[in-house]
Design a protein. Structure first.
Lengths: 321, 451
């Protein structure tokens, strides 16, 4: 490609160093030069975003961590008490139960979301009539505001007016309604089921996008070699989708681990704290209970798990690069 | 801020402006007679506090959204009366009652936001130093209207200084709601007023296919209120008066838990999952025969369920072995933040809303949903509109305060918000724990808060 005559001329002149324009003088020129310096302009352009992050994320986070080291009660200034909140929480039975609930809720929900979401993605990745419509419908649980869909499930799992119980009773399978949210294990299973229902589309749509990037010739070659469907999935699909799967899963772990409104709407952590997770217990203790310091300490317990998730995600993202 | 122009409202100004406001009201169709009906007989001649209303006062109020439809309409109409009579402006934000506490707490922490909050239970005792002293208004209202009920003094006064930090507005008083015909079908002329007979009647109702329903889930209002009533009625309590000695692990508590297990046999399955709306729905659907509730069941059945309304009866909570009423109901009080720029106007507005013409109209229009905090209002005509409403006026006199017998404060708020008493009962009734284990667990939880 031929260089532009003007550019060529400029280059020659600069090389010769004879016709170089005079260096601009004055304060404006200095500012201009400073801006041209490496990194300065970049920093300036990202400053608004950094400032917002600092104000809206870093400040509340640091304040939260600080509060967790104090005995602050709403409306009163707290004193620094070191790790006392943490030690007391570790020996607190409600907190221990909440830790179990949080882990169970996260692991069970993410496992089912992954398996079912992946399966659905594989199905929807096939060619069939009305594919677009079905894909749009699959997204619905993800699109509907969680508070709204959870309210619907609150009714679905109602101890007296559950439509599931009603159908089973009408069809003669049951004599009395199922106590979905009244017994600890039923309540745990119910909130996990709602979380799975809500989270499947995230896996499905995310993985479907990944599946479509896999080169079809790999499958054709496998077909020629006589590979079975399972072999193709195990040797082609899974390895190629693994980085994306890891990222989606870690995102899902983060959201599930830090969930709040689903539990709060359906059970308020009951019955007898059987469905309390870190988010709900932290809120309950900090705001209605007034113990801000301890509430903050509970929420800080979420942080290490989230940090590990973020590190895994970052590692896979770098590998993809 | 510079010099703030303030005008003093002398008694003469007050009378003149009140007269002007009332003249204005007569133009919009409200007669002076109707507003003051009965109020003269209720009030003593007491001089109101001298409050300097700030110029161009705009008061921002945060209050719980109405439980019954007419509440908000009448509250707003009374507010407009104050605006017309005294020239200020009131902007009220209504929020779901359970969310008021968190918003008020945040405002107390950051020192900005609404001027007045109509909060619940322990709220003002969480941040007493952030609140305006309303002793003058409370004293005036008390003297004028026959005094405050003892429980109101507990809720309204700072535990240590005894100064008033909140004006008790009222209680969404709870009563036993039951179906008359079913109780008679079970062999009882009416619901017994002692716990022993009450349990028998409830079990007989269940045997006839009419179970009872009392929330044992994390229902902030219903579950906390009825389980505390049960505990206190047997002489049990969470903490001693010193606010430090945990008293839950007692023989009285164990008796209460044993009796409750028997009582639970009369209940419909699923109550362990019930939140506040559940018992209303189940009662209005005809699925339960007895529950504890405010007058919202009365109100809703009057509007939409005439058959149930005819059969509905209310009564105060039965008396337990302790031999005296020992109830807990939702309690609301109004407090003014020190960050308010219009503290005097805010006080004056609250005082106005508590005066007989306004309060009486509010009580009447809401069918006594909010039970009176001032003794003179016991005789308001509202309480005689229907015999099913009358028991609600007894609630305030039968109530103890949250965290009884200790002080109101962060510990009592935390114990309630953690459902310590509710879960203790749920653990025994539903969770299969022995009363002793449940009481020990509750003791451990309470020790965490009462240090």
């Amino acid at each position: 490609m031929r260089a532009h005559p003007w550019n060529s001329a400029t280059m020659i002149r600069e090389q010769e160093g004879t016709l170089k324009p005079a260096e601009p003088q004055g304060p404006l020129a200095k500012i201009s030069q400073t801006l041209k310096a490496k990194g300065v302009m970049g920093l300036l352009f990202t400053a608004p975003a950094n400032l917002i992050l600092l104000l809206l994320l870093a400040y509340p986070f640091i304040l939260g961590v600080w509060l967790s080291f104090t005995d602050t009660i709403i409306g009163r200034t707290g004193q620094f008490i070191g790790l006392r909140n943490y030690w007391e929480l570790l020996s607190n039975e409600v907190f221990q139960l909440t830790t179990f609930n949080t882990l169970l809720y996260t692991l069970a929900a993410v496992f089912f979301k992954l398996v079912l979401g992946f399966a659905l993605a594989l199905v929807l990745n096939q060619e069939f009539k009305g594919k677009g419509l079905i894909r749009a419908i699959v997204l619905l649980p993800w699109i509907v505001p969680t508070a709204l869909s959870t309210l619907v499930f609150w009714w679905v799992f109602d101890s007296q007016f559950s439509c599931i119980s009603w159908i089973l009773m009408k069809t003669g399978f049951l004599q009395a309604p199922i106590d979905f949210l009244g017994s600890p294990n039923n309540a745990r299973a119910s909130v996990i089921a709602v979380n799975v229902w809500r989270g499947i589309p995230f896996f499905t749509i995310g993985l479907m996008a990944g599946l479509q990037t896999i080169n079809q010739s790999l499958y054709e070659a496998a077909d020629i070699d006589g590979a079975s469907g399972w072999a193709k999935f195990r040797k082609i699909t899974l390895p190629l989708i693994m980085p994306l799967l890891a990222v989606i899963t870690t995102f899902s772990i983060i959201w599930t681990f830090a969930d709040f409104h689903l539990i709060w709407i359906m059970t308020r952590g009951g019955p007898a704290n059987a469905t309390h997770i870190y988010g709900t217990l932290s809120y309950q203790r900090a705001i209605p209970g007034g113990h801000l310091g301890e509430g903050a300490a509970i929420s800080v317990f979420i942080f290490p798990v989230l940090l590990i998730c973020v590190l895994i995600t970052a590692r896979y993202l770098r590998r993809e690069d | 801020m510079g010099t703030k122009e303030e005008k003093e409202v002398s008694r003469r100004d007050f009378m003149r402006k009140s007269a002007a406001g009332l003249a204005g009201l007569s133009l919009i169709g409200l007669s002076r007679e109707s507003l003051f009906q009965g109020s003269q007989a209720l009030a003593a001649a007491v001089a109101p506090p001298q409050l300097k209303l700030e110029k161009d006062s705009t008061i921002r109020v945060l209050r719980w959204s109405a439980f019954v439809k007419s509440d908000e309409e009448i509250w707003e109409a009374n507010t407009r009366k104050w605006e017309q009579a005294f020239g200020g402006k009131v902007v009220t934000e209504y929020l779901s009652w359970e969310d008021v506490r968190s918003k008020a707490a945040m405002e107390a922490s950051v020192g900005a936001g609404h001027d007045i909050v109509l909060g619940w239970f322990d709220d003002p005792h969480l941040y007493p130093n952030r609140l305006v002293d309303v002793t003058d208004v409370a004293t005036y209202l008390g003297k004028k209207y026959g005094g405050w009920y003892p429980v109101c003094e507990k809720y309204g006064q700072d535990f240590k200084t005894k100064r008033w930090i909140a004006i008790p507005i009222g209680s969404a008083g709870l009563c036993i709601n039951y179906r008359t015909s079913w109780v008679q079908e079970a062999g009882f002329e009416k619901m017994p007023d002692k716990i022993e007979g009450f349990i028998k009647c409830c079990k007989a109702l269940k045997a006839k296919g009419h179970p009872t329903g009392f929330a044992l889930g994390h229902a902030v209002g219903d579950a906390n209120c009825w389980t505390h009533w049960w505990l206190w009625s047997f002489g049990g309590k969470a903490v001693m008066a010193d606010g430090k000695t945990i008293a839950i692990n007692s023989k009285e508590t164990l008796q209460a838990l044993d009796a409750c297990k028997e009582f639970y046999e009369s209940m419909i399955p699923g109550v362990a999952s019930w939140l506040d709306p559940h018992n209303n729905k189940a009662f209005l659907a005809g699925q339960i025969s007895v529950t504890a509730n405010g007058n919202s069941i009365f109100y809703a059945s009057m509007e939409k369920f005439p058959d149930i309304h005819k059969d509905l009866m209310t009564m105060n909570f039965p008396i337990g072995p302790v031999g005296r009423p020992a109830e807990l109901s939702l309690f609301s009080q109004a407090f003014i933040f020190k960050h308010s720029r219009v503290p005097n106007a805010a006080k004056h507005y609250l005082q106005f809303m508590m005066e007989a013409p306004q309060y009486g109209e509010w009580e009447s229009g809401t069918w006594g949903y909010v039970t009176q905090t001032l003794k003179s209002y016991y005789d308001l005509p509202a309480w005689k509109k229907d015999p099913r409403i009358t028991p609600f006026r007894e609630c305030m006199g039968r109530m103890l305060w949250n965290g009884y017998a200790g002080p109101l404060g962060p510990a009592s708020a935390a114990a309630m918000s953690e459902y310590v008493v509710v879960d203790m009962f749920a653990d025994v009734c539903v969770g299969g724990k022995s009363p002793k284990t449940a009481a020990l667990d509750a003791e451990k939880k309470l020790k965490k808060f009462y240090k």
